[in-house]
Design a protein around this ligand. Structure first.
Ligand code: ADP
Ligand code: ASP
Ligand code: MG
Length: 403
């Protein structure tokens, strides 16, 4: 007998037929004598639809507290519907909201971090032989307000439960049968991986491969939880295992990813003197803007330019906060471009191989795709390209390394 945590994403529970399919997957594990905890996301596009509704009332953005109150309802619906479906199979089941399952978080509404899980209630329900269905993506802060964990956060809920209860298995069911070398919906030549390391998966997830939420991977690594990513439509097909060390041959590049949630901001004609970059980025930090790629031009005629990227939803906040520096910061103009996307290659193998960057840039050049900005680390290279060329860029870079 084992303790199994299974997480099902929105597409896996999108309608009654899919709910029944999921219920049967759960039934199999339960009838084999296992304790089963199931974490679910909101059905289909529910979260997006709820957000749309909220912004139709207040286009400038409702308060984050109320947004969390609203979007957490999506998971409340799906856990009860899944529990009802399992009831029709004649099995004992109970659904629990985040707070009932013991999730405490910090108070950063919409991107809250889990502080603690008190698994008493889950344990009690398992002891009663119930299948336990837990709402992903949500928790409670110290003010007893509902919080959510950021988009895709149900993955993190599942990994957190698996680590607290020391589960034997943590399976993430989605609409693809594993982690591929690129998003298989965009790159037809993408190949499924049997295994991938936490570090590479973390990098891919952070760079836009939404198949796993990056915080869930971070947590899995921290607590040594092996994850299996597999499809709820073909549950018999072995998925991809995410773990510390993988046995497969050392590959130069493990995968490529695209992130379209990017905006580029340039401050042109800044004074070329000490303290300027500090002023800019201190201001952005105060406004809680996460800056990604940073590029500074060489000074010329006493001026310089600073270009940086932020997530698209933080673009306005970033611009407003720079404008507030007027008087203390002199520059000629402030420009931004939202039609950019980031294409990245990831692989621990590249540390020891020269020529990886050249190969990536050659593929883009052959495809006549202009690189706007480049950034590198030990295990990744990212470039910024025009959004319209994003999918093609992903394909040509993928094929240059993987075929
Ligand atoms: P869920 O609702 O189950 O959480 P998501 O939509 O969050 O599902 O994640 C699954 C999707 O991730 C897939 O449909 C696929 O298009 C996308 N994806 C992006 N990159 C990859 C990759 N490298 N491997 C597999 N899927 C990927
Ligand atoms: N329903 C939430 C979202 O759409 C959480 C999740 O899917 O993991 O982001
Ligand atoms: Mg997801």
């Amino acid at each position: 007998m084992a303790l199994i945590v299974k997480k099902f994403g929105g597409s896996s529970v999108a309608n009654n037929e899919k709910l029944l399919n999921v219920a049967k997957i759960i039934e199999k594990d339960y009838k084999a004598g296992n304790d089963v905890i199931v974490v679910v996301s909101a059905q289909g596009d529910t979260t997006d639809e709820l957000l749309e509704k909220a912004y139709s009332i207040n286009p400038k953005g409702p308060s984050k507290r109320e947004l969390d109150m609203l979007v957490s309802a999506g998971e409340q619906m799906s856990i009860s519907l899944l529990a009802m479906t399992i009831e029709t199979l004649g099995l004992p089941v109970v659904s629990l909201l985040g707070w009932q399952a013991g999730f405490t978080t910090d108070s950063n509404y919409s991107i809250a971090r889990i502080r603690k899980i008190d698994p008493e209630r889950i344990r009690a329900e398992l002891a009663k032989k119930n299948i336990v269905i837990v709402a992903g993506f949500q928790g409670l802060n110290k003010y007893d307000d509902i919080t959510t964990l950021g988009r895709g956060g149900s993955d993190t809920s599942a990994v957190a439960i698996a680590s607290v209860l020391k589960a034997d298995l943590c399976q993430i069911y989605t609409d693809v049968d594993g982690v591929y070398t690129a998003d298989p919906r965009i790159v037809k030549t993408a190949k499924k991986m049997n295994e991938i390391t936490y570090d590479e998966m973390l990098e891919l997830a952070t760079l836009g491969a939404q198949v796993l939420n990056n915080r869930s991977v971070e947590m899995a690594k921290k607590y040594g939880i092996e994850l299996e990513v597999l499809s709820s439509l073909t549950p018999e097909v072995k998925g991809t295992i995410v773990k510390e060390v993988v046995g497969m041959e050392k590959m130069l590049i493990r995968g490529v990813a695209k992130d379209s949630n990017v905006s580029r901001i340039s401050i042109v004609g800044l004074q070329d003197q000490p303290g300027v970059a500090f002023k800019v980025f201190e201001r952005l930090a105060q406004a809680k803007v996460n800056v990604d790629i940073i590029l500074q031009s060489v000074g010329r005629d006493g001026t310089k330019d600073i270009t940086f990227t932020v997530t698209a939803d933080q673009c306005n906040t970033a611009i407003e906060s720079i404008k507030k520096l007027e008087g203390t910061l002199n520059y000629k103009k402030l420009v931004h471009d939202e039609s950019v996307c980031k294409v990245s290659i990831v692989g621990t193998g590249m540390q020891t191989h020269p020529g990886v960057a050249a190969k990536m840039f050659e593929a883009l050049s052959d495809a006549d795709i202009n690189i706007q900005t480049i950034s590198t680390s030990e295990i990744k290279i990212s470039v910024l390209v025009d959004t319209k060329q994003g999918e093609r860029a992903l394909n040509v870079v993928h094929d240059a390394f993987m075929l």
